[in-house]
Design a protein around this ligand. Sequence first.
Ligand code: APR
Length: 336
Amino acid sequence: MTRPLVTVIGAGNVGATAAQRIVEGSIADVVLVDIVEGLPQGKALDLAEAAPVVGHDMRITGTNDYAETAGSDIIVVTSGLARQPGMSRDDLMTKNAGIVRSVVQQAAAHSPGAIIIVVTNPLDAMCHVALEASGFAPERVIGMAGVLDSARFRSFIAHELRVSVTSTHAFVLGGHGDTMVPLPRYSTVGGVPITELLEAERIETLVDRTRNGGAEVVALLKTGSAFYAPAAAVAQMVDAILHERHTILPCAAYLQGEYDVDGLFVGVPVKLGRRGIEEIVEIELTDEERAAFQESAASVQELVDTLARLAAEAPAEPTSGEAGSESSEEGTETAR
Ligand code: APR
């Protein structure tokens, strides 16, 4: 039996760390791809040389050639640019859309049966680009955001209540941005909702910190954005899919009527398995939660509309040959 294969596109901070977690967790073999020559090869070699010490037998290779990714079970897309000083949000979106479109077209052509996990920001908009560029069924295109956002919320709750993170569960729905919707009623410690354990004011502070989780890390790092937690979130999704775990995780999924949203990627709880998104789980929302979710969906719609407008204004295909930069001067609302 052949082992599952995961292609990770982008050998930067998130991509290389995700690749490390996947092989060192003995989840799958990995092919690491980047546009920069030598970068994926060098990082893959370094990771392969760590294998005897770590004690795993997964294979990791690096390449600039998509032919070597053929037959992948999962394609993880982390390639993209960070926002540079002087670069507008729209510029960043257009550039990353060009990169995501190009890499997804190439990778999907070599792995037509794969499941795509999108990580590149602005996340929700990039999911639309990947869906279109791959031509895959919507359940095979999934955005990584909710696992990260809820992990942040869980870590803050656990720290606040001095309990193990493993006893803490949390749900964060909506888009990956300022309008994300952390749900305290569905966030529990040992099965007890945090609304029964913490004052409303304290919960609001933790919710705010979760919303700004990406920006908080960016502000501390000064250059670059978060990658350890994003990579861990990717590895959990990959593991859930390949091991057919049916794990319920918050992910950006293409909604077709669920939660009264149609034709848009928004963060919702989904069941992950070998077919990708096996079920979109609809949970009861209060009027207030529903309104916050709709507002979040509207902001995703705005992003998608902006992307369409920018594409119409500059119909020429952006080139695929742009290398990433590691610097990010400010925390954008989509900062990881
Ligand atoms: N094809 C392949 N790789 C590319 C391409 C391309 N066309 N363009 C850029 N890259 C690569 C860069 O060479 C770089 O190695 O993508 C990598 C991006 O890595 P980093 O700059 O380190 O960014 P990282 O922190 O990993 O974040 C990647 O994930 O969390 C999001 O907001 C984040 O969109 C960003 C992405």
